[in-house]
Ligand binder design. Structure first.
Ligand SMILES: C[S@@+](CC[C@H](N)C(=O)[O-])C[C@H]1O[C@@H](n2cnc3c(N)ncnc32)[C@H](O)[C@@H]1O
Length: 295
């Protein structure tokens, strides 16, 4: 069942959830083509190996535009069911519209904050593609994902590896930092951010603290789309990611130096791989798999 009702906005959103809805969601929607092109390679390759079976109940946490939830719904088939959860109203509306257009009936989209708790105990599999890195309290969010599993249920989440292996985000950020200061301590941010689960030992410790077992890390490298052309890539980087955050937080100083920053970014992107679809740069993620304890 896809969600048709207007989505109710709870009054008790955390600052992080408000920030996602007010600041990031409109930018994510504007650059949906880059994000879907950038992120989908990191799940398309690994999805078949996750072992999601027909008839299973699956939760997709931080489901965004819903493309992984739709792919999972196809895998579990009509006897199974998928729930996509996200804290952003605008994403859920687009995801539900896509699912309806594709005639996917075993899927619903629900607004929720994973850190505050997900429906406990009902799922065989919990998945997240690039959603967990933004939890203000990662252990709380991961624990709520573990509690959403049946005893012995499986989870998989995909997170970015280190900055150095993700030049698609790191190189533009370095360029912008040549011109602008780092965001201050009170900056409005998306939470710990895209590289917050890059460190294997720390993330493993967070997952163990959240109650997971059989934790395994697998590296996956892929080129990701950074824009349809140089102007699109520059606009994307100045809107989102670490470069975008630095630019946004610098306010009028950023606008004063916009021309210089755009010229420097143009030089960077001119050196990237170009196809008919656009510009591509290297990226690297972890596929992290684990299991809830058996009863
Ligand atoms: C980088 S986007 C990834 C979206 C999608 N999974 C994808 O791969 O295209 C991160 C997503 O996590 C969601 N998110 C962040 N914190 C969340 C929370 N505490 N609970 C639920 N969703 C959250 C955001 O709204 C956003 O859709």
């Amino acid at each position: 069942m896809t969600r048709q009702d207007p989505i109710q906005v709870p009054q008790d959103d955390t600052a992080l959830v408000s920030f996602w809805n007010e600041v990031l969601a409109p930018k994510f929607i504007r650059y949906r083509h880059v994000l879907v092109g950038g992120l989908s390679r990191h799940s398309a390759e690994v999805m078949p190996a996750l072992g999601v079976r027909p008839g299973e109940r699956v939760l997709d946490v931080g489901c965004g535009f819903g493309d992984t939830a739709i792919a999972l719904a196809r895998r579990v088939g009509p006897a199974g069911h998928v729930t996509g959860v996200d804290c952003c109203d605008a994403f859920l509306g687009l995801a539900a519209a896509d699912a309806a257009e594709q005639g996917i009936a075993n899927l619903e989209f629900v607004r929720g904050d994973a850190e505050k708790g997900l429906a406990p105990g009902a799922h065989d599999f919990v998945f997240s593609r690039f959603g967990t890195m933004f939890f203000a309290n990662p252990v709380a969010g991961l624990r709520s994902m573990r509690r959403a599993l049946k005893p012995g249920g499986r989870m998989a989440h995909i997170v970015w590896r280190c900055r150095g292996d993700n030049p698609w985000l790191d190189a533009p950020h370095r360029v912008v930092r040549q011109f602008l200061p780092a965001p201050g301590a009170d900056a409005r941010t998306c939470g710990p951010g895209p590289f917050s689960m890059a460190d294997e030992a720390r993330t493993r410790a967070q997952m163990e603290a959240a109650g997971f077992e059989d934790i395994a890390f697998r590296r996956f490298d892929a080129k990701v789309l950074v824009g349809r052309g140089i102007a699109d890539a520059i606009a994307f980087q100045l809107a989102l990611g670490p470069a975008g955050e630095t630019f946004r937080e610098a306010g009028s100083l950023a606008e004063d130096r916009r021309a210089e920053i755009e010229a420097a970014l143009a030089v960077l992107f001119a050196a990237s791989e170009t196809t008919a679809e656009g510009l591509w740069m290297d990226s690297s993620s972890w596929l992290i798999t684990a299991r809830a304890p058996s009863a």
